[in-house]
Design a protein around this ligand. Structure first.
Ligand SMILES: [Zn+2]
Length: 307
């Protein structure tokens, strides 16, 4: 995943106190940095409102946008008009997440009913497989916990969130599927990529799990949870209950695999290290969770997660 150009390199606590959050919101000026305090989802904004009160939360948003978006409660037209943004008025978080899952499960009609740039719509209509062979982002209106979501068209290797972060909370992104993303022999045992078995297949882990960069991004953005929708599906052995991860299209009806990156934070001792809790889900059901997952960013494109 690409990152916005502006980053804050200093270590910061994962959950700033309301007082710190308010200060951060008031002091910073660049989008990449100003959003590092921001809560992730509708739920978190509501928690924040309960904790520090509506007016304080409103001040947080007002202070860096210049206007009260909490009152406006609309994703700005400028964002909706962006070539890479697709939306449907009234599309909320749950529908947006379901849409992301339809994309990764290669539903060719996934974009039907959405509004977006005509040329881009045409581009996908001509060859729907283009929808699945690139990344997508899911962004929630930053000013309204129960507000609308939009999806953002990304590239083969990432979503450029930069232009949208002032107005949108990055809830999720999807990973594409193409030849280079195929799991060898069509499936791999989950234990062999999750650190739970002695013999680990590191290349397969790189393919299937969120990237170390995904964890870094979540930490920079201060999103308490960020979902990575993968194109793979989850198989369950009928006797042992053991899980395996499979390429799409080989096992009809198998539930799709997604991950949640929880509470990602930069390691105070090493700025190239990030820590998080990672959850694996088959459709909406959690089947694996690990605390203290280390994203080691020191190895460039081979940077991976350690459990
Ligand atoms: Zn990613």
């Amino acid at each position: 995943m690409r990152h916005p150009a502006t980053k804050r390199s200093a270590a910061r606590p994962n959950r700033p106190s309301p007082e710190e959050a308010r200060k951060n919101a008031e002091n910073v000026s660049t989008p990449g940095a100003s959003l590092s305090y921001a809560p992730a989802t509708a739920r978190h904004i509501m928690q924040l409102q309960r904790t520090i009160g509506n007016r304080a939360v409103q001040r947080m948003f007002t202070s860096h946008t210049g206007t009260s978006r909490l009152i406006q409660r609309e994703i700005p037209e400028g964002i909706k008009k962006d070539d890479n943004v697709f939306y449907k008025d009234g599309m909320k978080e749950a529908e947006g997440r379901a849409l992301m899952q339809r994309i990764t499960t290669q539903d060719k009609s996934a974009l039907d009913g959405l509004s977006g740039d005509e040329l881009m719509m045409d581009y996908y209509k001509r060859a729907p497989s283009r929808i699945f062979s690139q990344e997508w982002g899911l962004g929630l209106d930053r000013t309204d916990a129960g507000g609308d979501v939009v999806i953002i068209s990304g590239g083969k290797t990432g979503v450029s969130w930069g232009p949208y972060l002032e107005h949108l909370i990055p809830l999720a992104h999807s990973h594409p599927y193409e030849k280079s993303r195929q799991i060898k022999d069509n499936f791999v045992l989950f234990d062999q990529i999750s650190g739970d078995d002695g013999e680990q297949k590191m290349m397969q882990r790189l393919l299937i799990f969120p990237s170390a960069g995904d964890v870094e991004f979540s930490a920079y953005q201060g999103v308490a949870d960020h979902t990575v929708f993968t194109p793979y599906s989850v198989l369950t052995h009928p006797q042992s209950g053991k899980k395996a991860i499979a390429n799409p299209g080989h096992f009809d009806g198998a539930p799709p695999l997604s991950f949640t990156i929880l509470n990602a934070v930069q390691d105070t001792d090493n700025p190239k290290h990030y820590l998080c809790t990672l959850i694996a889900r088959e459709r909406d059901t959690e089947f694996w969770r690990k605390d203290g997952v280390l994203a080691d960013l020191t190895k460039g494109p081979q940077s991976t997660l350690y459990f």
